[in-house]
Structures are given as C-alpha cells and as structure tokens.
Design a protein around this ligand. Structure first.
Ligand code: NAD
Ligand code: UDP
Length: 335
C-alpha cells in the first residue's frame, strides 16, 4: 500500500518508513524540515535500497495534501508531523495549536475530500496527565499539564468525534511512552538541535564528551532510587507498532477510533539509564543532582496488554540495545 508519512523525515517517522518498506509498503514522506533534514531521505535509501518519494511541504497546506493523497494513490496516512517541545509550547502556545491542531485539521480535510479514511496518529502518554495509578492503561482518565499535551488531547478527541460521524474512518491513536535508540545501521536516529531536552540524547552527548555532565532532575521522588522513572521503548519496536496498527485498521475490527499504549511496561530510573549507557558505551557519564524539573511526574509506565491482545505487538528490544544503538548512531552520524 502507498502510505503517506507526515513528518516522515523526523526521528520516529524515518524508522517507521524502514519498517513499512520492509513489510512491502511504499512510504511517501512529507515534511517541512522544521526539525529534520532532507539528508534522511538519502540515508533511508542507503538502508533500504529504495529512494522513497519525498515532498517538502507543510501539513497546513491543504491543497498540497489533497494533491499528494490523490497523485500518489495513498491508502493510509501515518501522522507524525508536529512540534514536541513541552517548554517551548508553554512559551508559544499559539504556534503549537496552529501547527499541531491546525495542521491536523488541514490533513483531515484533505483526507475527507479524497476519500482516504485510514489514519495512525502519533499521540503520547502525556494525554494521561498526572498518573492516578500505575501502570497506565488506556482507560486511565486523560488530562493535560501543558499546551503540547493539550494539542495531543484535542487531536485525539477530534479524531474520536470524526470517527463517530461516518463509516469511512479507521483511526488508531498510538500513545507513545519514551522512544529512544536508533536503527542498527547508525544512519538514522535522534539528533536534536541545540542542547537536548530529553534524557537519552543528553546522556549520549555527555558520554561522547560534548557536554560535561548530566543534570539529574530530582533525587527525592517516591521511587526506588529517588530519580524519575519512565517507560523507555526502542524506536524500532515503536516503528513496528505502526505496522501492526495499520494491519489492525485494515481488518474487520479496524473501523472507528482506537487508542493503544506503545510501551514496554517496564520502568527505569534516570540512574538506571546512566548505568546502562555507561555499560553500553564503555564511557563514563558524570552527573550532578539538580532540582526537580517543573511539571515532571515521579513515575510513568504503560500497561501494554491492549496492544499485545489486539495488535499482536509487543516491544522486544532490551535496554542494552536502546543504549548501544543510540551510542552507535552518536558515533557514526550525529552532528
Ligand atoms: P521529530 O521532530 O523528529 O519529527 C516530527 C517531524 O515533523 C519533523 O521532521 C518536523 O520537521 C515535521 N513537522 C513539524 N511540523 C510540521 C508541519 N507543519 N508540516 C510538515 N512537517 C512538520 O519528532 P519525533 O520524535 O519523530 O515525533 C513524531 C511525533 O511523535 C510527534 O507528533 C510527536 O509529538 C510524537 N511523540 C514523540 C515522542 C518522543 O519522545 N519523541 C513522544 C510522544 C509522542
Ligand atoms: N531528565 C533528567 N535530566 C535531563 C533530562 C531528563 O534527569 O537532562 C529526567 C526527567 O526528569 C525524567 C526522565 O529523565 O524523569 C525522562 O525525561 P525526558 O525529558 O526524556 O522524557 P519525559 O519527561 O517526556 O518523560
């Protein structure tokens, strides 16, 4: 099937393109390159032996989307495109609503007009807000603690209403936990501009000597070692979750709106991650304890049973693989 990947040159989109191509699909990538580079298209060609069609464009350009959906014979859309920095979303909420919510409305209008009803949406565990219990299952109450999270929640709700309004829609919202790691080739991975906000790319730069030490945000949480606990998931496992979701949507149970957690179900602390990275890289990761980061929760991890039961998918890769592949990408390709 021809599958449009909005945000297809980004971190998760590029890994998913590899998996979809391996499953016999033809990925068509669309991205405005606001947080990625067109070099990724070359690297994907190196990995897969196929040069995927790439359109440099913005999801808010509805006419462009209509054209791409029709001209490329698109059968399904995987919608990654979006802005994702929590702190930035607090400072620039309008930009986030315009890009994420406005961009999704534009995409949905184009899909509606061209009769494409199958959509996989990149949602986030952030839609659960402050956890009321753990592990988080899909019926946990939703909430948002910042504008970024609220854009994801608004989009999910809009998608549920849309699916209820007609029979053509087959929509899966995939609630990612903490994606980390890289493709085994070391050619694609997460390489943020400037100082990373997220833990894994920060640790990788400390291990590589490009940053002096890690700030551990809080060691007084009610967790086994006092540092924050998260459900880190290898990006290749996550990518395979998209293939599984597309198969599910194509089947008899796929009509309507669905939400699935994509996580491992295991929680690791910040200090667990430091130790695992030191082991995988053979490099020290010096750290200092710093104050808690505003808005952080103590622990967040998934109950991943629904995806196992309904998508026949589960995360298989180890923490060591997450760290080793990050390190390999950092050494081989990261700027
Ligand atoms: P990313 O920034 O690497 O990829 C997103 C891509 O979308 C980028 O290449 C960017 O250039 C593109 N983009 C942004 N706005 C666009 C627009 N208006 N038109 C066209 N392209 C646009 O991020 P990622 O980590 O690959 O995340 C992909 C999706 O998954 C995002 O929607 C993000 O919110 C969601 N998500 C990510 C994480 C995470 O930790 N990485 C966790 C939960 C959810
Ligand atoms: N974290 C940290 N130092 C950093 C970045 C993150 O101690 O430089 C901690 C953070 O407080 C949280 C965990 O690492 O407990 C994961 O943070 P990240 O930003 O990667 O993901 P999220 O907050 O979205 O779960």
């Amino acid at each position: 099937m021809n599958i449009l990947l909005t945000g297809g040159t980004g971190y998760i989109g590029s890994h998913t393109a590899v998996v979809l191509a391996e499953a016999g699909h033809r990925p068509v990538l669309l991205d405005n390159l606001s947080n990625s580079s067109a070099d990724v298209v070359d690297r994907l060609a190196q990995i897969t032996g196929t040069r995927f069609p790439f359109i440099e464009g913005d999801i808010r350009d509805t006419a462009l989307l209509r054209r791409v959906l029709a001209d490329e014979g698109i059968g399904a859309v995987v919608h990654f495109a979006g802005l994702k920095a929590v702190g930035e979303s607090v400072e620039q909420p309008l930009r986030y609503y315009d890009n994420n919510v406005g961009g999704t409305i534009s995409l949905l209008q184009a899909m509606d007009e061209t009769g494409v009803g199958t959509l996989v949406f990149s949602s986030s565990a952030t839609v659960y807000g402050q956890p009321a219990y753990l592990p988080l299952d899909e019926v946990h109450p939703t909430g948002a603690t910042n504008p970024y999270g609220r854009t994801k929640l608004h989009i999910e709700e809009m998608l549920a209403e849309l699916a209820a309004s007609g029979t053509n829609w087959r929509i899966a919202c995939l609630r990612y936990f903490n994606p980390v790691g890289a493709h085994a080739s070391g050619l694609i991975g997460e390489d943020p501009n400037g100082i990373p906000n997220n833990l894994m790319p920060y640790i990788a730069r400390v291990a590589g000597g490009r940053l002096p030490f890690l700030n551990v945000f809080g060691d007084d949480y009610p967790t086994p070692d006092g540092t924050g606990v998260r459900d880190y998931i290898h990006v290749m496992d996550l990518a395979e979750g998209h293939r599984a979701a597309l198969d599910f949507l194509a089947g008899s149970a796929g009509a309507g709106w669905h939400a699935f957690n994509l996580g491992t179900g295991c929680g690791y602390s910040v200090l667990d991650m430091v130790r695992a990275f030191e082991q995988a890289s053979g490099r020290p990761v010096p750290y200092r304890i710093a104050p808690r980061r505003p808005g952080d929760v103590a622990a967040c991890y998934a109950k991943a049973d629904k995806a196992a039961d309904q998508l026949a998918w589960r995360a298989l890769r180890s923490l060591d693989d997450m760290c080793a592949s990050t390190w390999h990408f950092q050494q081989r390709t990261a700027r």
